[in-house]
Write a protein that binds this ligand. Structure first.
Ligand SMILES: Cc1ncc(COP(=O)(O)O)c(C=O)c1O
Length: 352
């Protein structure tokens, strides 16, 4: 809806004028043959940023995670992940079907599990599944947990557990730059603690398409074979890769503004009677909030919000998610908060 304040996700961001210019100038070639200079530039820049040997540009985070899981495991294996993670939830059916692995989920507040929980999952899973754990995956930031940041110290302890059990640690870093900007931990530190890492260009960074999967050269070879098998071989992908590279060079530091806007929205929401912010304190760009006393159903709420020009994601009504991003300014936050107050209080109901 043009003109709406779109807080559904940071995937709705549109390419900025500078990004479009970079894309229009991109040198391209046949990327499936490894001949697209813009794709290669993006992969090399990304690998250097995280201190990894190699990177692979893929069309989506879902494909990046799937390639990682399939590269690290064999059919019948078990992987450990938070139960609420993207890998276990939305990607679960694809991972089970296409990589043929089972997922041992850890229920952890905000999706941040401990090294001890990983150790017991590694020990317990074989008893249930008669199969071995072959991979541990952590999501940073954790989407369903409310954009929570995995503390580096916890990741280091998890890595030690993985090392003891000879297991790789994969980071679903779909929003790793939000984690980095919020915590001050460098991308290279996240690269060092993990064996493989996927990050998305098409979320808060504002790139048009794609994600990058990083790891050793050997891992990339394995993961690339998986990508090619499932149709991930792209041709003149440099046009979109150039947008991604522009995002890496220009849109990382500004994520701090999104975090500030998310905190401002959370504080306004907390002031609305009957509304409770769930993920307090808000760590990055995601605000989860509950309408504790709903006096209308989801379709009516949606209609009211759409009419007033605010778009939200529901996370199981009456739980909602608002995500700040590059298309949202301070004024949008004030307007969205005013609208939500109208809709969630008597003032809003009287106008239905
Ligand atoms: C944590 C996380 N991982 C992976 C993905 C998948 O990314 P994509 O939508 O590019 O497939 C998402 C998408 O929202 C996500 O939030």
């Amino acid at each position: 809806m043009p003109g709406s304040i779109d807080l559904r996700s940071d995937t709705v961001t549109l390419p900025s004028p500078g990004m479009r210019k970079a894309m229009s100038r991109a040198e391209v070639g046949d990327s499936r043959r490894g001949e697209d200079p813009s794709v290669r530039a993006l992969e090399e820049y990304s690998a250097a940023l995280f201190g990894k040997e190699a990177g692979m540009f893929v069309p989506s985070g879902t494909m990046g995670n799937l390639c990682a899981v399939a590269a690290w495991t064999r059919p019948g294996d078990v992987i450990v992940a938070s139960s609420a993670s993207h890998i276990a939830g939305r990607e679960g059916p694809a991972v089970s079907h296409m990589a043929s692995v089972a997922i041992e989920g850890i229920d952890a507040p905000g999706g941040i599990f401990s090294a001890n929980e990983v150790a017991s999952a590694i020990a317990e899973a074989p008893k249930r599944a008669e199969s071995k754990v072959r991979l541990v995956a952590a999501e940073n930031t954790h989407n369903a947990g409310g954009g929570t940041v995995f503390p580096l110290s916890v990741l280091k302890r998890i890595r030690s557990v993985c090392t003891k059990a000879s297991l790789p640690l994969h980071l679903d870093g779909s929003r790793i730059f939000n984690a980095s900007v919020a915590s001050g931990v460098s991308p290279a530190s996240y690269g060092k603690v993990s064996h493989s890492l996927m990050f998305c260009l098409s979320k808060g960074l504002g790139g048009p398409v794609g994600s990058v999967l990083l790891g050793s050269r050997e891992f990339r070879k394995e993961a690339r074979n998986v990508a090619l098998r499932i149709g991930g071989g792209m041709r003149q992908a440099g046009i979109v890769a150039a947008g991604g590279l522009y995002a890496l060079k220009h849109h990382i530091e500004r994520l701090a503004e999104d975090h500030e806007n998310a905190r401002a929205l959370a504080s306004e929401l907390d002031d609305i009677p009957g509304v409770e912010v769930v993920n307090v304190p808000v760590e990055t760009n995601i605000v989860l909030f509950r309408w504790k006393t709903p006096s209308m159903g989801l379709p009516a709420v949606r209609e009211q919000l759409v009419q007033r020009g605010v778009l939200l994601d529901d996370r199981g009504f009456p739980l909602f998610r608002a995500v700040t991003h590059l298309g949202i300014g301070k004024k949008d936050i004030s307007r969205a908060a005013r609208t939500l107050r109208e809709v969630f209080t008597e003032q809003g109901h009287s106008s239905t």
